[in-house]
Design a binder for this molecule. Structure first.
Ligand SMILES: Nc1ncnc2c1ncn2[C@@H]1O[C@H](COP(=O)(O)OP(=O)(O)OP(=O)(O)O)[C@@H](O)[C@H]1O
Ligand SMILES: [Mg+2]
Length: 507
């Protein structure tokens, strides 16, 4: 689609190596990125994508390898140096100051100053306005506080900041995993504008549909090495998956037969502060029930109210037919209800503790004999979870914060599974998880249902809900619609309820 402006690549990385202690994160990676292209960087969880981008942005010094940018040797001493060379990294945990305005954030640290060091207000306005205009984001007011913006708009502010620095290469590492569909579309528009101006974008995502839509060329990493590169539209989804995984995947949604049994959980007009609005639902043992909806519809708030993490304004939760007004997550856990939070960094994992501790800390009873913890049993249990979920790590003692993003997600899931609860509340369980590992997570969910557990899944990825759920309900602006069997539903109908609400059932 794009005309090639220049046959010299903008960025060349060759033989890049990086190890952390005994872990070889990058064993010799080659990457070539051209001006004006969207270059998709693909690979399974732990393949080395984020590490490579940290080398590129100067956050890590490589142990070996050569890089050149625009034909000149490139070895940034740190992120600021990289930025001055025109390489900008947009992190997922955005680096904005919420109490400052859009303009202040865009120009943070480099406000234009006059001869006496005064900040020149007019010039500030003009530069910020032109960066926002270049993104087609004129509706963002330079004097709005960043804390008043949604996640998609914050990301645009972060990109505007890169533009003010005249970035020629912008890295987006899983940019859409917490964005609504609308914000994702918007980001794609921005990416197209940028590449139209000759900026190169490196795009990392586990949503291969997205990659097929906006990617021009791709590079696949596996186990810290480049295993393939090519043109996206000449490569099928199956070929991409096979390159990433080193094998082909024959089923995306493994069917594990399970039969819904008696009702275990009932919500009666459960209302939170301010969301959800009076939500009613019943969930059976051996059932997987999905909740679809747009980001911000109140799905996370529903799970959090149910798990006693947020106050309940009115309504009831019944477990096995009895009203249960739990006051804390601990009480819910003791009743056999567990939550996998969408925010794995905030409340999911203790990043400074090791994997084993994270997986077992809240439920040590199985390893306790006469008050003594049996370390070998604990280790064996953790190793089983590592194996079952395919957590890529050096072992149970690896620090959780050093795991790759997708492997942190799997570690958080391991902790919930280790609890062996009867009702699992899963908020975006496969966020950041690679295609192959998603299949494993789906299989585990099916097996849980087959074992008589009840699973409530919130997901923004519709194919996943259709692939694994028995029934699907939609939430729209805090209102939970009726759960209907998945074979009576279509994706179009679910999308329409999610964006426009319900017809007759809910007033
Ligand atoms: N600071 C660190 N200390 C130790 N090991 C690390 C560190 N950073 C990364 N690793 C290891 O390097 C490997 C590559 O991790 P990286 O984060 O680059 O993977 P990724 O491809 O981005 O995966 P994901 O798709 O899950 O985000 C992993 O095995 C990870 O555990
Ligand atoms: Mg990563």
């Amino acid at each position: 689609m794009k005309t090639e402006r220049d046959s010299n690549p903008l960025l060349l990385m060759s033989g890049v190596q990086k190890r952390f202690g005994g872990v070889v994160a990058l064993g010799g990676v080659d990457l070539e990125v051209r001006r004006g292209e969207v270059h998709a960087l693909l690979g399974e969880n732990g393949a080395g994508k984020s590490t490579l981008m940290k080398v590129l942005s100067g956050a890590h010094a490589p142990d070996a390898g050569e890089c050149s940018l625009d034909g000149a040797p490139y070895a940034p001493s740190g992120p600021q140096d990289a930025l001055e060379r025109g390489v900008a990294m947009i992190y997922q945990e955005l680096n904005l100051a919420p109490e400052l305005t859009v303009a202040q954030n865009v120009l943070l640290g480099r406000e234009p100053r006059g001869a006496l060091g005064w900040i020149q207000a007019d010039e500030v306005q003009a530069r910020v306005a032109s960066a926002l205009e270049a993104l087609g984001a004129e509706e963002l007011q330079p004097d709005t506080l960043v804390r008043d913006l949604g996640p998609g708009q914050r990301q645009l502010v972060e990109i505007a900041r890169a533009l003010v620095e005249d970035a020629q290469l912008i890295v987006l590492d899983e940019p859409t995993s917490s964005l609504s569909q609308g914000d994702t579309r918007r980001l794609f528009e921005v990416v197209k504008r940028l590449t139209g101006e000759g900026v190169a974008v490196i795009y990392i995502s586990h949503f291969l549909e997205e990659v097929q839509e906006i990617g021009d060329r791709f590079t696949v990493l596996r186990d810290g090495e480049t295993v393939g590169a090519g043109v996206v539209r000449e490569t099928s989804l199956e070929e991409l998956v096979a390159l990433m995984a080193g094998r082909s995947l024959d089923e995306f949604f493994p069917k594990v037969p399970h039969e819904p049994g008696e009702v275990i959980l009932e919500l009666e007009a459960l209302a939170g502060e301010p969301l959800p609005r009076e939500a009613s639902l019943s969930l059976r043992r051996g059932e997987v029930l999905g909740i679809a909806g747009l980001v911000g519809a109140g799905r996370t708030e529903l799970l959090r109210a149910l798990f006693a993490l947020e106050p309940v304004r009115s309504g009831e939760v019944k477990l096995n037919g009895a009203v249960s007004p739990a006051r804390s997550p601990r009480e819910r856990l003791d009743e056999g209800v567990g939550l996998l939070s969408e925010d794995r960094k905030g409340e999911g994992l203790a990043l400074d503790l090791d994997l084993a501790t994270n997986a077992t800390l809240s439920h040590m009873t199985p390893f306790s004999r006469g008050g003594w913890i049996q370390p070998s049993e604990r280790r064996a249990a953790v190793e089983r979870w590592i194996e079952r979920l395919g957590i890529r790590c050096t072992g149970p003692e690896q620090r959780a914060g050093d795991l790759s993003g997708g492997n942190q997600q799997k570690a958080a899931l391991a902790r919930l599974l280790h609890h062996d609860v009867d009702v699992l509340l899963l908020d975006e369980p496969t966020r950041g998880v690679d295609v192959g590992a998603k299949v494993e997570v789906y299989r585990v969910i099916g097996e849980l249902a087959a074992a008589g557990k009840a699973v409530l899944v919130v997901s923004s990825y519709l194919p996943e809900l259709f692939g694994i759920c028995d029934r699907i309900a939609v939430m729209h602006r805090g209102v939970l619609g009726p759960a209907r069997p998945v074979d009576e539903r279509t994706e179009e109908e679910v999308m329409s309820e999610a964006t426009r609400g319900f017809k007759e059932e809910v007033a």
